[in-house]
Write a protein that binds this ligand. Structure first.
Ligand code: SF4
Ligand code: SF4
Length: 363
């Protein structure tokens, strides 16, 4: 429901220090590729932000997206922001059940008509309205009703963004994405199976701060998190560029950390922030753990030819393709290196002048 308590009030009540909050704002600005001059703006806006209403609908999904969010170790400022935005309706996390839960959803929708943020995980079955229902209401009808009063929609996970696993061939339920149905609202796709928690909180922080969604790519994903491929940022990339590939998961190349391309890594065609943001509080990510990227943030990744099949290496001509890959890698690598050095220089220039200490002094 609507609430006059600000995020600043919530932060203080929960014992989050000013320093901890500014660190989060600095990290958020950096993640969103904003200059450090924006950190005080983000801090001021977040601190004054009042509690927006969020309605979260789960359709054909495995609950992995919600699990991903709730697995962040608590308490963090990110989780507080997530808590702060409040979920007026989330049928996995809410206490209310049955009629009381549906009443809460209807009240939140009417009280915040045109202003609430609608978050959706899971795909919507069009094959038969009875395939997936909540309180006897089909996913399609509930989505249309909730979307009508939303200010914007966040499709969390690859199922809501692109159809995901339920849409995999032969798509028995006729699963579709949110954007296949809703055409008249701003929609942001936060894809991934599941998405990285900090990417979800980054999008929510952007919405809280600026009252709008961040810049999107052609798949309606936030560019700051999905603007570069896994391959562009992978620490194994130097091995790819030299044509050094692990052939099995336990050979000498695998032990030496060589590229996993020939073991099916989909990093070259996958756009996500795993290589930089990582998982489990920045501990590691799949390629660092020795397994290729599955391409989970891309449309149709379940039908992309097998998780352990190399992307474009025909069986009869591996050596030529590897040579081609290495050459292409070198060309791409050179371009990326040039871009990276410019970006690093700019970041060094911009990031060198503002520290949390400076911000603490000036706030
Ligand atoms: S193919 Fe995979 S393992 Fe190899 S450099 Fe690219 S992302 Fe990394
Ligand atoms: S490494 Fe690839 S498959 Fe794994 S979570 Fe990231 S985008 Fe998804």
């Amino acid at each position: 429901m609507t609430d006059t308590k600000t995020l600043g009030d919530s932060l203080r009540e929960n014992g989050v220090s000013r320093r901890g909050f500014l660190k989060f704002c600095t990290a958020t600005a950096s993640l969103m590729a904003l200059p450090p001059t924006m950190v005080p703006v983000i801090a001021a806006a977040l601190e004054k932000a009042t509690r927006p209403s969020v309605i979260w609908l789960s359709f054909q999904e495995c609950t992995g997206c919600t699990e991903s969010l709730t697995r962040s170790h608590a308490p963090t400022v990110e989780s507080l922001i997530f808590d702060h935005i409040s979920l007026d309706y989330h049928h996995t996390l809410q206490v209310a059940a049955g009629d009381a839960a549906e009443k809460a959803r209807e009240e939140a929708m009417h009280a915040n008509m045109g202003k609430y943020l609608l978050v959706v995980d899971g795909s919507i079955p069009l094959g038969n309205p009875g395939y997936s229902t909540i309180a006897g209401i089909s996913n399609l009808d509930m989505l249309k009703e909730a979307a009508a009063g939303a200010a914007a929609i966040v499709a969390v996970g690859t199922c809501a963004s692109f159809g995901g696993l339920p849409k995999a061939d032969p798509n028995p339920t006729g699963a579709v994405s949110v954007s296949d149905i809703i055409k008249d609202k701003p929609i942001i796709n936060v894809s991934g199976c599941p998405p990285i928690p900090v990417v979800i909180t980054g999008v929510l922080a952007h919405y809280l701060t600026f009252g709008s969604l961040p810049e999107l790519d052609e798949q309606s994903r936030p560019k700051v998190f999905y603007g570069q491929s896994i391959h562009d940022r992978c620490y194994r990339r130097p091995f790819y560029d030299k044509g050094l590939f692990a052939e099995t998961f336990d050979d000498e190349g695998a032990k030496a950390g060589w590229c996993l391309y020939k073991l099916g890594c989909k990093g070259p065609m996958t756009y996500n922030a795993c290589a930089t943001v990582k998982w489990n509080q920045g501990t590691s990510w799949p390629v660092e753990s020795g397994h290729g990227c599955l391409g989970c943030s891309e449309p149709n990744f379940w039908d992309a030819g097998g998780f352990y099949n190399a992307l474009s290496i025909p069986t009869g001509d591996i050596s030529r393709n590897v040579a081609y890959s290495a050459a292409a890698g070198l060309a791409l690598g050179a371009a990326a290196a040039s871009l990276n050095s410019k970006a690093k220089k700019r970041a060094a220039e911009e990031h060198g002048v503002v520290t949390v200490d400076d911000l603490e002094k000036s706030s």
